[in-house]
Design a protein around this ligand. Structure first.
Ligand code: ASP
Ligand code: MG
Length: 449
């Protein structure tokens, strides 16, 4: 037994994600595709919302083909289609079977792919649309939140060899049990990035309705600035902290497989934001951006016994229920008990209560408290690694604006504060100004004076 354990610890442990599940492996590393001149283009829902836009996107794809690139385009459902499909299900059932939700939701992307194939044919080019399953996207069996396990790009390659433009319905795959699955909201990004990895694409272009990644949401701060470059790590933190640029999982896959990403507008030809390896990210700003999330809730478990293994038990059970958590704090213990607070998506509150109440007899805590009226504001910047004082400055700015901080969490490239939701906009505006994010390349002395 001891021997075996030692043997195991010497081997590189298999990577796991936040839920403790094995990280999706798209082909074995040794099967990592060689770089080709294939371009993967992903178009979000607003880019294909109506016939005119679909025709415009078709033109863009044909232009890339004419420039000599084999093109694989991944599409989202048109406009609000996914939300409408969810609404349809709700009118029938309060708790629809997840398998049937996937059958339903996967249709939105298929509509877009087929229409786009028609539009490309109209332009005189050969095109074929494929479902996720036909495109060889194999996932696990977790319906509505499936993870890609493998990509078998044979059919796509064959179509490209036949000089066809390939349209792939995003956000879906086929499970190892042969059922249709979907990848979670925003999942078309992951389809695109994973295909780009499997095909060794030159670039994965994410076409969206904004010009790229901004220092913060321009709807909150009018002088938010588009970034020309952002590092992988920074984008990962931004996505994890609530910035709606790209689905978190897709950024993880891009980083893991070194997929070059270009996030840009489908309405202009202007270059967008390139996502680069940190070494290439020369102009290292102290703070690159501010992300915020308002759909998080704070959960507090009161009076947990302050014993070895209690936190492990709580969070293992939550992870097994596929609940993603973020900021976690454990209070100072008093009289042998302690409180633990964490944040999680508001949508998961029902499930969290169910899971924790199931543990109550075993752990013997007194009560659970939930607070939906919170928001999390996060400063992200690779430059923080070497500049002390970012957290202090952030707290100072919040204090000057009379904003109380209820939770804090940091990593080497981010600082997050959980505050009352009503203060979120004020906080983002004040921080954007204080760190002078409206200006290009601000010197450290100017911010910390
Ligand atoms: N249509 C899906 C959604 O709205 C997937 C996607 O657009 O990426 O979440
Ligand atoms: Mg999206």
């Amino acid at each position: 037994m001891a021997d075996k354990q030692q043997g195991n610890s010497k081997r590189k442990s298999a990577p796991v994600d936040a839920t403790g599940q094995p990280f999706a492996v798209i082909g074995k590393p040794e099967r990592k595709a060689e770089r080709t001149n294939i371009v993967v283009m992903k178009f979000g829902g607003t880019s294909v919302a109506d016939a005119t836009r679909i025709k415009r996107v078709a033109g863009r794809i044909v232009d890339a083909r004419k420039a000599g690139h084999p093109v694989v385009a991944v599409v989202s459902a048109r406009g609000d289609t996914t939300d409408e499909l969810i609404q349809m299900a709700k009118e029938i059932s309060a708790n629809p079977p997840a398998r049937e939700m996937d059958m339903l939701l996967s249709t939105g992307e298929r509509i877009s792919a087929a229409l786009l194939a028609m539009a490309i044919s109209e332009l005189g080019h050969d095109a074929i649309s494929l479902t996720g399953s036909q495109a060889g996207i194999v996932t696990d069996t977790v319906h509505t939140k499936a993870k890609i396990l493998d990509i078998k790009p044979g059919r796509i390659r064959k179509a490209l060899d036949e000089d066809k433009i390939v349209l792939v319905a995003g956000f879906q795959g086929v499970s190892t049990a042969n059922d249709v699955t979907t990848l979670g909201r925003g999942g078309s990004d992951t389809t695109a990035v994973a295909l780009a990895a499997a095909l060794g694409a030159e670039v994965c272009e994410i076409y969206t309705d904004v010009d790229g990644v901004f220092t913060t949401d321009p709807r909150v701060v009018a002088d938010a600035r588009k970034l020309d470059k952002i590092s992988n790590e920074e984008l990962l933190e931004m996505a994890a902290s609530g910035a709606k640029v790209m689905m978190l999982r897709s950024v993880e896959v891009a980083r893991r497989y070194g997929v070059p990403l270009h996030i840009r507008s489908s309405f202009t030809d202007r270059p967008g934001t390139w996502v680069v390896e940190e070494e290439d990210h020369m102009e290292q700003a102290i703070v690159s951006g501010i992300a915020f999330a308002q759909d998080d809730a704070k959960v507090t478990i009161h009076d947990l016994p302050d014993k070895v293994g209690v936190a492990a038990r709580v969070f293992t059970v939550l992870a097994k229920a596929h609940i993603n958590l973020d900021v976690i704090i454990q209070n100072v213990s008093a009289g042998g008990t302690t409180d633990i607070s964490f944040t999680a998506s508001e949508d998961d509150l029902g499930k969290i209560a169910e899971v924790l109440n199931g543990l109550k007899p075993e752990l013997g805590f007194t009560s659970i408290d939930t607070d939906k009226d919170v928001a999390k504001v996060t400063l992200v910047g690779a430059g923080m690694k070497t500049y002390p004082g970012v957290a202090a400055k952030m707290f100072e700015v919040l204090a000057e604006n009379d904003i109380n901080i209820s939770m804090i969490s940091t990593s080497s490239i981010k600082v997050s504060c959980v505050i009352r939701r009503e203060h979120m906009e004020t906080a983002v505006k004040a921080l954007h100004a204080a760190f002078q994010l409206d200006k290009d390349m601000v010197k450290r002395e100017e911010v910390f004076s």
